[in-house]
Write a protein that binds this ligand. Structure first.
Ligand SMILES: *Cc1c(COP(=O)(O)O)cnc(C)c1O
Length: 435
């Protein structure tokens, strides 16, 4: 349960004092803050697209200059040679997700990486062929999982298992996951869940799910799109088999950013695993001898296919430098307070028909609260937008709000709560007068 926070008050003075006491507050100034109609917005959409770090321009410009000056020689002679550019991200990425350096690589985009992992880690047998996903999995994950089932000749009707919350509940209970795995685990080839559910904001107990899944003989992978840069991850210690994430949400690397991938070190030297191969995954010592036989690099890098997009990697590097400086431990501590303050204010306003579907337990949520809006949710969201608040609307009836610890303030959260209350009143009045 949310611990009582003595300094939480629903006033501007209190919010200002909370910001004044926040050691991470200076990071806000490292970001470009968007405007609408010349007015600064309150940006609470970092779960969808993170803001641009100001330094990104400089990092990308360095690569533009090197390309202009060096042409193809930039592969070897750029300030950060493009040939090994992705390696400049390895140590930071490993720290971010709790992995060993050889277990991570930045490449492609998220769904592409998911496909690459499914090729290697969904290995159905006649007795064990099912994939378990969340009932409200992100559509791309569902499509990808179904496409692999069909590719192997299975009907998703029989082979796609979904994790359902109990009737009337939004989150899936950990004991229900354990029960399902004990009941059906022997038929499940692959467990594939979001680390943080994109819709409800539920944080799954990845360590526990991995342990129970392994005990049942399942392979366990996670989509960390909403977890990377949001919550503390310990992928190696949790013994997760594989994971993927994107870098444009909490990681602030810009639209279409290069994504991440984790493969546990026990698979580092498994050239026998089926995989979709490309030259960038080939042994670096012999890659340019253009040999006919594919010899994968040991570790996650062996799953690379193409030479990577340097400008996207430059943007990610700029953001990862900020993450490294702020540190996930401090970010997570602030995040719990910031989301806690939002939760406190929503309770304080107690608006009829507005209910939080994200857990009230800080351990079971990240920087996001999903609010179920019983009636006129779209109109309510539109009024928030008109009031220069950027949060997002998810069909059929949910507003997602993400106070991001790197750049959001306690005043942002208070401004949102005030705007929500005003919008709620206006929508209610206009619906009464039109009926
Ligand atoms: C954002 C998100 C995606 C988006 O996939 P892309 O391949 O990056 O377009 C997929 N899955 C989940 C769970 C997401 O949250």
């Amino acid at each position: 349960m949310t611990a009582f926070q003595a300094d939480f008050q629903p006033t501007r003075e209190a919010a200002l004092a909370l910001d004044a006491g926040d050691e991470l507050a200076p990071y806000r100034d490292q970001f470009c803050l968007p405007q609408t109609d010349g007015q600064p917005v309150v940006y609470l959409c970092g779960h969808s697209l993170g803001l641009q770090p100001k330094i990104v321009r400089e990092y990308i410009d360095e690569e533009l200059q090197d390309w202009a000056m060096l042409g193809v020689e930039g592969h070897f002679n750029a300030r950060r040679p493009w040939l090994s550019y992705h390696e400049t991200l390895t140590a930071q990425t490993a720290r971010l997700v709790g992995a060993k350096p050889a277990e991570v690589v930045v490449m492609n985009s998220l769904t592409v990486n998911m496909h690459l992992m499914l090729v290697s880690f969904y290995r159905p047998t006649p007795a064990r062929f099912k994939i378990l996903i969340e009932a409200d999995a992100f559509p791309s994950d569902r499509y990808a999982a179904e496409s692999h089932l069909k590719w192997h000749g299975y009907d998703p009707q029989d082979a796609l298992l979904t994790l359902q919350p109990r009737p009337g509940e939004a989150a899936v209970r950990q004991e229900d996951i354990a029960a399902l795995l004990r009941r059906e685990g022997e038929t499940i080839a692959l467990i594939w869940l979001g680390g943080v559910n994109y819709y409800t904001g539920q944080v799954f107990d990845m360590a526990d799910i991995t342990a129970i899944g392994h005990a049942q003989g399942c392979v366990v992978g996670f989509d960390l799109a909403h977890a990377a840069g949001n919550i503390i991850l310990q992928l190696h210690d949790w013994d997760v088999d594989c994971a993927v994430w994107c870098s444009y949400k909490y990681l602030n690397a810009g639209p279409g950013a290069a994504a991440g991938c984790f493969v546990h070190e026990r698979y580092a030297n498994r050239p026998d695993l089926p995989r979709l191969a490309g030259w960038w995954g080939h042994n670096k010592d012999t890659r340019f001898q253009m040999p006919a036989d594919f010899d994968p690099i040991a570790g996650a890098e062996g799953w690379q296919i193409s030479n990577p997009p340097i400008f996207q990697l430059a943007a990610l590097r700029a953001s990862m430098d900020l993450f490294d400086r702020a540190g996930m431990t401090r970010l997570r501590a602030k995040s719990e307070r910031l989301t806690g303050y939002l939760d406190y204010l929503i309770r304080d306003r107690d608006l009829p028909g507005v209910t939080r579907i994200t857990s009230d337990d800080p351990a079971q949520r990240g920087a996001q609260l999903s609010l179920h809006i019983k009636e006129h949710g779209r109109a309510l969201h539109q009024r928030l937008t008109d009031a220069h608040i950027i949060c997002d609307w998810r069909e059929p009836d949910v507003i997602r709000v993400a106070p991001v610890p790197l750049y959001n303030t306690f005043v942002d959260v208070l401004t949102f709560a005030n705007a929500l209350e005003a919008a709620h009143r206006e929508v209610l009045v206009s619906s009464l007068s039109s009926s």
